[in-house]
Write a new protein. Structure first.
Length: 208
């Protein structure tokens, strides 16, 4: 049985859009106002883990499709890079989606969707584990597709004969509809006090 390390190194993998939508539902914030580096540090500190690296992933619209949010994410990602956060971005893909209105009518809107972010996160969690860069993988996501990664890490721990943990971190409050972390992981709920202690003082939204 591999011995549990006393000092546990953690690499944090943040799905930016998943985190934003969970924080909006839990705490009512209307835009991604979190500081990923500080949030990763505090989440790890709360469990006594040593943060080795923070990795952030998000889809970004082109300036032609959505100039406001393209500006926001370009500026926010640049600041993350200056603070030592590793970042990965992919262009959003747009398609028309039809929604049913409360009165029974329908409305069609152009909606941006991420493609490949969850796959990239899964590959990086396994890849960083193969390279033995962490003892604990902390993923800020509630995407149940990542439960397969948890299974893979358990097999990796056996092959490498070492102790590995994967944790799922996510904002949670009484207003959260989804109160579950990724299956097969340790759940690390983020309450409002911890989240609000990690807000980004900068507002990257363009001035109107």
């Amino acid at each position: 049985m591999p011995q549990e390390p006393v000092n546990k190194r953690a690499v944090v993998f943040i799905d930016g859009q998943n985190l934003f939508h969970a924080a909006r539902e839990a705490f009512g914030y209307s835009f991604p106002n979190f500081d990923p580096g500080r949030l990763a540090e505090e989440a790890c500190r709360s469990r006594g883990w040593t943060l080795a690296q923070t990795r952030f992933y998000t889809g970004v619209p082109s300036a032609e499709d959505d100039a406001r949010w393209s500006h926001f994410w370009t500026a926010k990602l640049a600041q993350m890079g200056r603070q030592g956060v590793w970042t990965y971005q992919r262009p959003l893909r747009y398609r028309n989606m039809t929604f049913t209105l409360p009165g029974g009518g329908e409305i069609t809107r152009l909606v941006g969707q991420e493609k490949g972010i969850d796959v990239r996160i899964a590959l990086d969690i396994v890849g960083q584990g193969v390279e033995r860069n962490y003892d604990v993988a902390v993923v800020f996501s509630q995407d149940q597709d990542l439960s397969e990664v948890a299974d893979e890490l358990r097999q990796l721990a056996t092959r490498q004969d070492r102790w590995i943990k994967i944790a799922s971190a996510f904002p949670r409050s009484p207003t959260s509809r989804n109160r579950r972390g990724v299956n097969g992981t340790d759940w690390l709920p983020i309450d409002r006090t911890l989240y609000d202690g990690c807000l980004d003082a900068r507002d990257y939204r363009p001035k109107r």
